[in-house]
Design a protein around this ligand. Structure first.
Ligand SMILES: NC(=O)c1ccc[n+]([C@@H]2O[C@H](COP(=O)([O-])OP(=O)(O)OC[C@H]3O[C@@H](n4cnc5c(N)ncnc54)[C@H](OP(=O)(O)O)[C@@H]3O)[C@@H](O)[C@H]2O)c1
Length: 329
């Protein structure tokens, strides 16, 4: 096989630690309906990639399994709705039987492929896809966010936190960002109305003062879930979004929940339908096109350092930089 027919990819042959990730040569995937062949330009690492790789999040994987979920790239061969050279993106490869994105080329199902608006930086886009789609589904499908509501985001300086703050602000919410003080300026730049220190033991009293009418949507990215402290902060009809904390087993103050007509709403983006992902994609493209969705990029690595990208994401290497890990083939 010539070099033009093969490509470099990062893959695993069984679930396990980041050191299981290998770099190898594979045939360029077959294109043609329903898949569109894409030349990959930028990739991002998210926590879910490490959960899929390790087996912590169980999903059907074809082995050898090319890791990764998100990509930005260029269409190689024409397909209905796509012309060669179009810049496109996908945020739903690498689970439920689909091969992943960490390769030079990927065959992307056409209904999971979206155009990237002109002028948008591919690296900022790829760093924002998973987090912003998560934020969109959580804020709109789960929380039913309305203009003028008060949203509290804990872990607001992280990836999903950053996106949640920006999407909530764009939707006309009042946003209280709970984060570490190092990230106060970043969260303000993302549009947060108020910032509080999520490591301060008095943070819940501070949030209560900032939201005297109660919190409409409380989104905990940290997975810590101090429900005995946070449920009483909810307004009548408040929604507590649960999307992190695989091993958390918090105490639920039941009376504080139901006497407020409040609800707990749990979800994973991996269960989202193609239509829900497409709706999120439309909103993401709108925000990207007007510069209203930005991410911090902490590190850029070549594809050959895919194992290191996972170790960085898992905090298994010293000096994990703030911001996303972006991988460039
Ligand atoms: N249910 C779903 O569909 C879904 C989708 C996406 C993500 N998630 C989950 O949501 C949680 C948050 O994801 P995420 O991508 O936002 O994680 P993240 O970027 O690591 O941020 C989460 C928090 O971790 C801390 N952190 C540690 N190192 C950091 C760094 N280098 N950069 C920024 N923050 C850092 C921050 O708080 P401190 O440093 O102050 O402690 C931050 O607020 C994870 O548990 C993830 O698995 C769930």
């Amino acid at each position: 096989m010539s070099d033009r027919e093969t490509m470099t990819a990062a893959y695993i042959t069984r679930p396990g630690p980041a050191d299981e990730i290998r770099i190898g040569r594979f045939p360029v995937p077959e294109s043609g309906p329903p898949a569109v062949l894409v030349k990959v330009r930028a990739l991002a690492v998210n926590h879910v990639d490490t959960f899929v790789r390790s087996g912590a999040y169980r999903t059907r994987l074809p082995y050898p399994f090319v890791i990764g979920r998100d990509l930005v790239g260029a269409v190689v061969t024409a397909a209905p709705g796509f012309a060669p050279g179009d810049t496109v993106w996908c945020d739903s490869l690498g689970y439920d039987g689909r091969q992943g994105s960490f390769s030079e080329y990927a065959a992307v199902p056409a209904d999971r492929l979206y155009p990237l608006p002109g002028g948008v930086d591919p690296e900022n886009a790829v760093a924002s896809l998973h987090t912003a789609a998560t934020a969109h589904i959580g804020l709109f499908r789960e929380a039913g966010l309305r203009i003028g509501e008060t949203v509290v985001v804990t872990g607001a300086g992280g990836g999903v936190g950053t996106a949640t703050v920006q999407l909530a602000v764009a939707a006309g919410a009042r946003v209280v960002a709970a984060t570490r003080p190092d990230d106060f300026d970043w969260c303000r730049r993302c549009g947060a109305d108020e910032v509080v220190d999520h490591h301060d033991p008095d943070v819940y009293a501070e949030i209560a003062e900032l939201a005297p009418g109660g919190v409409d949507v409380f989104w905990d990215n940290t997975g810590r879930h101090h429900l005995e402290r946070t449920v009483p902060l909810l307004a009548r009809g408040g929604r507590m979004i649960i999307m992190a904390g695989l091993g958390a087993a918090p105490v639920l103050p039941v009376g504080q929940l139901y006497t407020r007509d409040a609800s707990l709403r749990g979800f994973v983006i991996s269960n989202a339908t193609v239509d829900e992902l497409a709706a999120a994609a439309t909103a993401i493209n709108h925000l990207l096109a007007r510069g209203a969705l930005v991410s911090r990029i902490g590190t850029r690595l070549p594809l050959t350092e895919a194992a290191r990208s996972h170790r960085l994401q898992e905090g298994a290497e010293p000096h994990r930089p703030r911001g996303r890990v972006v991988v460039l083939p």
